[in-house]
Design a protein around this ligand. Structure first.
Ligand code: ZN
Length: 283
């Protein structure tokens, strides 16, 4: 299933992306409120939507919300692709390097993302995002994918000036809207091997990153196992699994992102997630 969230005057509702448009799951009586991510709810919903209901809304007509709303945790893995670690001039990590973002960073497909004047070294990071579907604590790597609800495209937008001003990267990562997530959540049964997906990033239509999740240093399963030894992962938690080579940081003459740019992340089977970068609105 491909599930998305969209905004209405009555709040955020769930839609099922079908080949001929979006089924409004509240209108068809199948689900009320934002799209589920707990595995038991997903299984229940999958049974109910087997027979297509009538009525479709074109995706273009919907005001989308992020693929997951109000997660307890947004965890990012840094330097998780071999060639990206090399281009950043960093050693290949022997344990995952992790940092967090907050819910203010979430933004939806086609949303405007403001680039504040605090920084000018804005950069993209196409990433495979994993959404947890079941409470995970101390899970072995061999069993870890059984805890995944699904996957989406994400973009770990980064303000490199703030990121590299101190030893902690967080200041350059937590800006409003700096974790676009979507366009939809694709449930794990549709993605049999998360380590065999082409991942790309486009800026104004030009391909800037073109890699495969096969280049990850720590696999999705290894990351879940690692994190679950530190913390309890909860349904709806989002893990951004790192970005491949091709970011502007580390280039000799970086071409930083600027207001007016359109950035898209595309991953096999997960669709295309687009963000519009804009100057801050006057306040
Ligand atoms: Zn990242």
């Amino acid at each position: 299933m491909k599930l998305l969230n969209f905004r209405t005057e009555q709040g955020i509702r769930a839609g099922l992306l079908r080949e001929d448009g979006v089924e409004d799951l509240a209108a068809s009586g199948h689900w009320h409120g934002p799209a589920p991510f707990a595995l038991e709810d997903l299984r229940w919903l999958a049974e109910r939507v087997r027979e297509p209901a009538s009525g479709r809304v074109p995706l273009e007509c919907l005001h989308l919300a992020p693929a997951v709303v109000a997660p307890e945790k947004l965890i990012c893995v840094g330097l998780n692709y071999r060639r990206h670690a090399m281009e950043s001039g960093m050693d290949i990590p022997v344990v995952p390097a992790i940092f967090g973002k907050f819910a203010n960073s979430l933004s939806a497909h086609r949303a405007n993302v403001e680039l504040p004047s605090v920084d000018y070294k804005y950069d993209y990071e196409a990433e495979l995002a994993v959404v947890i579907g079941r409470e995970a604590r101390d899970v072995p790597q061999s069993d870890a994918l059984a805890y995944v609800a699904g996957y989406c495209c994400s973009n770990d937008l980064s303000a490199r000036g703030a990121q590299l001003a101190t030893s902690q990267w967080m200041a350059g990562k937590i800006l409003d809207g700096f974790l676009p997530l979507g366009p939809c959540l694709v449930t794990a049964d549709d993605i049999p091997d998360p380590q065999a997906l082409t991942i790309r990033c486009f800026v104004n239509g030009e391909c800037k990153q073109n890699s495969s999740t096969a280049d990850m240093i720590f696999s999705v399963a290894a990351i879940i196992a690692f994190l679950s030894r530190l913390i309890t992962l909860k349904p709806g938690d989002v893990i951004a699994t790192g970005t491949p080579a091709g970011v502007q940081m580390g280039k000799k003459n970086p071409d930083w992102l600027k207001a007016g740019d359109e950035v898209s992340v595309e991953i096999d089977g997960l669709g295309r997630l687009t963000s519009h970068l804009v100057a801050p609105a006057p306040r």
